[in-house]
Design a binder for this molecule. Structure first.
Ligand SMILES: Cc1cc2nc3c(=O)[nH]c(=O)nc-3n(C[C@H](O)[C@H](O)[C@H](O)COP(=O)(O)OP(=O)(O)OC[C@H]3O[C@@H](n4cnc5c(N)ncnc54)[C@H](O)[C@@H]3O)c2cc1C
Length: 411
């Protein structure tokens, strides 16, 4: 769990605050009861984020935002200001931001945050309920915490490991392979702005716009900002969903105290072809705007940082390696291992939150949907038990910690 993922608050301490909704086309592939509730959940979540920001999520931050909004993109969709749950302001070396983090809002006498522990698995408690086993990250000392409701929200890969390991222990379900791991495909072109773009641009600004292309399951972002030397540049970049046929599988060893996992992911032929087409579209648009397009005869640079290192006058094309965009999802989809509330179909009281539970991720950045689903989950588990849907099937294969420790081989 390196870097941003390992701290309290996770990647919400490092994200850019982009809050886009999943397209209707993608939501149609979600279980119908949840898809039907998403629009209302989005509205409420967006209102909450706008209250936190003290402004509309798509409030302009600079004159270039206004000048570029409404500009047609490729198939007629206009660019609009990117909705963000974030503040952007000028810093000594370019714009800096502060984005919303739910962890900043937790201030309740009944909430205790335990730091420096890694959750290993969930077991059955003596008697009734669940027991979360965690280890002190320095001493390895175990702690057992009992609860009737446990929500796993440890990032897609670690949530998958804890869930897989816990299902093995609790539900007698050994599943070493978890398919459906979806990544995002990010690619773009760095170039210099056309003179008309600069007319309403001031040094230190950041214009940030998006044109959604739901039919291609890809969003096109337009950034106009300064580079490290203070010269403005354009970054026209796509964020697309990895194709369904090319997703990866997480495979666990299914042995030891903490299962080791492996992800083998590759850029498949379908996504290569789509990426090539998207690069051409971006180039065509840049040419229409009077910006220099990139030479697509060369291999793309492996990421924006690498492209920036060589970018000066010549436009440069880049594409992130697959699996690096930090937007992984889809291994424990709602409706399969989980019911429509996010609860395990096998273990009562064990829930999964976060993008691991997305039935399909689409092109949109995930956090708005993560927050919307978290709201739904919070409502579900805080509802009086009498109003909750009955849990089926019953826990026939549920083993208590005592049984396991006595060497039960029930599986
Ligand atoms: C630089 C950057 C920019 C981004 N920008 C955007 C954006 O603009 N818009 C957007 O929608 N998304 C963005 N994302 C992606 C977004 O941040 C992630 O998709 C989202 O935070 C994932 O949420 P999560 O809860 O699944 O995991 P995380 O945010 O990674 O949180 C997981 C938490 O679980 C804890 N944890 C992990 N394992 C264990 C364990 N075994 N025991 C106990 N605790 C554990 C971690 O410490 C962490 O606190 C960005 C990501 C990055 C890195």
């Amino acid at each position: 769990m390196p870097g941003a993922q390992a701290r309290i608050g996770g990647r919400s301490k490092a994200w850019y605050g982009v809050t886009l909704r999943l397209s209707e086309q993608v939501r149609a592939d979600w279980p119908a009861p949840i898809a039907a509730r998403l629009p209302r959940l989005y509205e409420r979540t967006e209102r909450r984020l706008a209250d936190w920001k003290g402004a509309a999520l798509d409030e302009p931050t600079c004159p270039a935002d206004v000048a570029l909004a409404g500009l047609p993109s490729l198939t007629g969709q206009p660019f609009r200001i990117v909705p963000t749950a974030a503040f952007w302001h000028a810093g000594p070396s370019g714009p800096v931001w502060r984005a919303f983090s739910p962890i900043d809002e937790i201030d309740h006498p009944e909430v205790t945050i335990i730091e420096g522990r890694r959750v290993v698995e969930v077991e059955a408690a003596r008697g009734d309920g669940l027991e979360v086993v965690s280890l002190d990250e320095v001493t390895g000392e175990p702690l057992r915490t009992t609860a009737h409701t446990v929500v796993l929200a440890a990032g897609t890969l670690e949530t998958t490991r804890i869930f897989a390991q816990s299902m093995d222990r609790l539900g007698g379900v050994r599943a070493p392979a978890w398919p459906g791991l979806a990544s995002k495909i990010k690619q773009g072109v760095l170039t210099r702005p056309a003179p008309w773009m600069l007319e309403r641009y001031r040094s230190g600004d950041l214009a940030y716009l998006v044109a959604e292309h739901p039919q291609d399951n890809a969003n096109l972002f337009l950034e106009l900002r300064d580079d490290a030397t203070g010269r403005p540049y354009v970054d026209l970049w796509w964020f697309a969903e990895q194709s369904a046929t090319e997703r990866a599988t997480v495979t666990f060893t299914a042995e030891g105290a903490i299962w080791a996992g492996t992800v083998a992911c590759e850029f498949g032929a379908v996504d290569r072809q789509l990426a090539a087409e998207r690069a051409q579209l971006a180039n065509r648009l840049l040419a229409e705007w009077g910006c220099q397009p990139a030479d697509l005869g060369r291999d793309p640079h492996p990421g924006k940082a690498s492209a920036q290192a060589v970018f000066d006058r010549e436009a440069v094309h880049y594409r992130n390696p697959i699996g690096l965009s930090d937007h992984e999802s889809g291994t424990i989809p709602l409706g399969e291992h989980l019911d429509d509330t996010g609860m395990s179909r096998t273990v009562e009281g064990l829930y999964v939150a976060g993008p691991a539970a997305f039935p399909r991720a689409g092109a949109a950045n995930p956090s708005l949907t993560i927050l919307a689903l978290a709201r739904l989950l919070a409502e579900t588990i805080s509802a009086p038990a009498s109003r909750r849907a009955p849990h089926t099937p019953a826990l026939s294969s549920f083993r208590s910690a005592d049984e396991r420790h006595q060497g039960s081989t029930h599986r």
